[in-house]
Design a protein around this ligand. Structure first.
Ligand code: MN
Length: 250
């Protein structure tokens, strides 16, 4: 794909809309909507790289309440001709066609390669990649299994969503302080994952979220790993201006 002169490609992730409560989530939602409104001026394409919602589950005929401002803004962007791409995160993997149908936004469940102006990018949320974390990898298989998704959909939403919110909160509470610091290149599992991928193919950039820590790491002379941080603590994002990818703060 070609980025026209003066245009940019935006990458952002981990808004976790819905937590910790409606009022503070709404403040965050409005901040993100204002950012997207500014990006509209020069965006060639926008990538939302997962965990847009702290919890999202699409029932056969029903979607969760709330989030109307961000959904409306995303619709406005695609209606105005700016393509938006969405990668599911570990908090909002239960999507079943609503974004495609209602917002004209393709939804990706796996990392994917994009090429802009000759730069090759591997983009994805980043959960369950790299070595270790076998407990989560198993849970992810169960969560993504079509039968478990179908069965969860049979639970009445007032109970199902309450249950999911409980687990979403406890999973966050279990992530300790250590996660907020850079663990070193030997211990950052997404860096280890990038290094493995570079043995197979050359990439200019790896773009992931999930880590909730903005990271701009040089992997070798040619490749960099950027972690998008989040919009809870950092308001961080990345911009590809046609020649290079930059990590930025709102
Ligand atoms: Mn997240």
């Amino acid at each position: 794909m070609h980025i026209p002169a003066g245009k940019k490609v935006y990458f952002l992730s981990d808004f976790h809309l819905g937590v910790p409560d409606h009022a503070s989530s709404l403040v965050r939602e409005k901040k993100i909507v204002a950012f997207l409104e500014r990006a509209k001026a020069d965006a060639a394409t926008i990538f939302i790289v997962g965990d847009l919602f702290d919890f999202w589950f699409e029932y056969r005929k029903v979607v969760p309440k709330g989030f109307v401002r961000i959904l409306g803004k995303l619709a406005e962007l695609t209606d105005s001709g700016i393509p938006v791409h969405f990668f599911v995160g570990n908090h909002d993997m239960w999507m079943s066609g609503y974004f495609e149908k209602e917002l004209n936004i393709p939804v990706y469940h796996e990392s994917r390669v994009f090429e802009f102006n000759g730069k090759k990018l591997l983009v994805g949320h980043g959960d369950g990649l790299g070595p270790g974390d076998h407990g989560y990898k198993t849970i992810k298989k169960v969560f993504r299994n079509p039968l478990s998704k179908f069965l969860f959909g049979l639970i009445p939403p007032f109970f199902g969503i309450a249950l999911a919110e409980y687990f979403s909160k406890s999973s966050r509470a279990s992530t300790g302080e250590s996660d907020e610091k850079f663990l070193g290149e030997e211990n950052e599992w997404l860096i280890l994952y990038c290094r493995e991928k570079l043995k197979e193919h050359a990439y200019d950039y790896f773009v992931f979220g999930h880590r909730h820590l903005p990271i701009d790491f040089q992997l070798n002379e040619k490749s960099r790993y950027i972690n998008l941080g989040d919009w809870i603590k950092y308001d961080s994002y990345a911009v590809l201006d046609g020649t290079a990818l930059h990590l930025k703060f709102n």
